[in-house]
Design a protein around this ligand. Structure first.
Ligand code: NIG
Ligand code: FE
Length: 413
């Protein structure tokens, strides 16, 4: 079926190229005012100015009057921990009372708390919880998403998480990428013998994940008190051998060397980057590795934000993602993420849109399928209420401006 969306007040994200945007080019978010867009089945067919609306070319097309609203490519959220068993608002209160992220982790909270809950939760329930969260994100404009394991921390529980992600892939219109994150934290029983957990990851988990074809990527929390740069290299090299490309949690709590490790491993991305020195900024700026910023986490943990402006000036490729997880970022809403990027990190609205669409798609290696409005890509977009300008969207940060969501050419109710 052909659908013509007409009377679009602002059509945004009209990139001709799928190359990731860096430096000054990040501020170029091509838009057209007063436009139409045509879809056929799952895909975008063409777009243009309302002055050339081709109704007569498609006489039997379904016509949708957008009534002056904006139409933007769906968000591409390249870093989430969407599959988890339960919330952790007790830690939220502990943080209000002054405990740090590291102190909460040391008390046996944090990731290990989520792992204990997840190990006891059955697969069907985990699937239902995750599926409900994903539906909520779809309504908030997300059309592509990366989801990590990492709350299992045993072979069986990690595989359980990855099977849940596989089911989400099969049953959701959202484009989904799966990442194996067995190296998220050391389980308590390995505290005195961390090397044997590394061995478990290398000799059992990675081969089992690869054999079952359950992940595209491998991730490591490269951080003081978690996994060292050396351990990160060992794990990622083993992953690479079986086709799992690295993407890392790097420089979240300290200048951990994670950025340098990620760049030398040719990681698709290094994510977080709250703790950056000049050298890490320079190294990332000269690389093809994407720097994924997660303002939800720094906001929620009351930490300094990643130095977005310095990274952009250094030429780094910047993506924005939600980090949706129960501990450091209990929201997957990308509308909030771009608003925070503008407000707290001083990214321009155009830069934030690009970082959360085309550059996010590049971080998911899905740039040929989504991330911009281009003929032949999936018809994945959302339509807003009429807005006076692009900048209004992050400016009006508390308003839900989305009127309609379309994924693979179909309106999501
Ligand atoms: O990306 N930093 C490591 N992992 C998550 C937090 C996980 C948790 O606290 O449960 C993050 O922020
Ligand atoms: Fe994360």
């Amino acid at each position: 079926m052909v659908c013509i969306y007409y009377n679009i007040g602002l059509l945004g994200g009209l990139h001709n190229s799928n190359a990731p945007l860096r430096g000054a080019s990040l501020a170029d978010f091509p838009c057209m005012k007063n436009a139409y867009l045509i879809t056929q089945q799952d895909y975008i067919l063409e777009y243009g100015s309302m002055l050339e609306l081709p109704f007569e070319k498609y006489p039997s097309a379904h016509r949708i009057d957008v009534a002056g609203g904006a139409l933007f490519p769906s968000w591409c959220d390249s870093h989430t921990h969407l599959v988890f068993a339960g919330s952790r608002e007790h830690e939220f209160v502990d943080k209000i009372k002054g405990l740090s992220y590291a102190e909460i982790a040391a008390k046996g909270g944090g990731i290990l708390n989520s792992a204990a809950k997840l190990q006891q939760t059955d697969e069907q329930e985990l699937y239902e919880l995750a599926s409900e969260r994903l539906s909520e994100l779809v309504q908030a404009g997300t059309g592509a998403i990366e989801i990590k394991s990492g709350y299992g921390l045993t072979l069986e529980a990690e595989l359980k998480m990855l099977r849940v992600i596989k089911r989400l892939k099969e049953n959701s219109p959202v484009l989904i990428r799966a990442t194996f994150l067995g190296a998220h934290a050391f389980p308590n029983q390995y505290r005195d013998n961390p090397d044997s957990y590394i061995q478990l990851i290398l000799s059992e988990m990675i081969p089992a994940v690869a054999k079952a074809g359950l992940a595209e990527y491998i991730d490591v929390f490269c951080e003081k008190g978690f996994f060292s740069p050396e351990q990160t290299v060992l794990i990622c090299e083993a992953g690479k051998k079986v086709g799992l490309r690295p993407r890392l949690h790097a420089n979240q709590l300290s200048v951990s060397g994670g950025v340098q490790v990620g760049v030398s491993l040719h990681a698709i991305s290094v994510d977080h980057l709250e703790a950056m020195d000049e050298e890490s900024i320079r190294v990332l700026g000269c690389s093809a590795t994407i720097g994924t910023l997660l303002p939800n986490a720094s906001y929620f943990l009351r930490m300094q934000d990643a130095p977005a402006r310095k990274l952009i000036d250094a030429g780094a490729i910047i993506a924005l993602a939600s980090d949706f997880n129960p501990g450091s970022a209990p929201s997957g809403n990308m509308n909030g993420v771009i608003a925070q990027a503008c407000i707290r990190m001083r990214m321009l609205p155009e830069e934030a849109f690009n970082a959360a669409t085309i550059n996010g798609a590049c971080a998911l290696e899905l740039e040929s399928k989504c991330g911009s409005l281009q003929a032949g890509k999936f018809a994945n977009f959302f339509i807003t209420k009429p807005i006076p300008s692009l900048a209004y969207y992050p400016y009006a940060f508390g308003s839900n401006l989305i009127n309609k969501v379309v994924l693979r050419g179909k309106e999501i109710q």
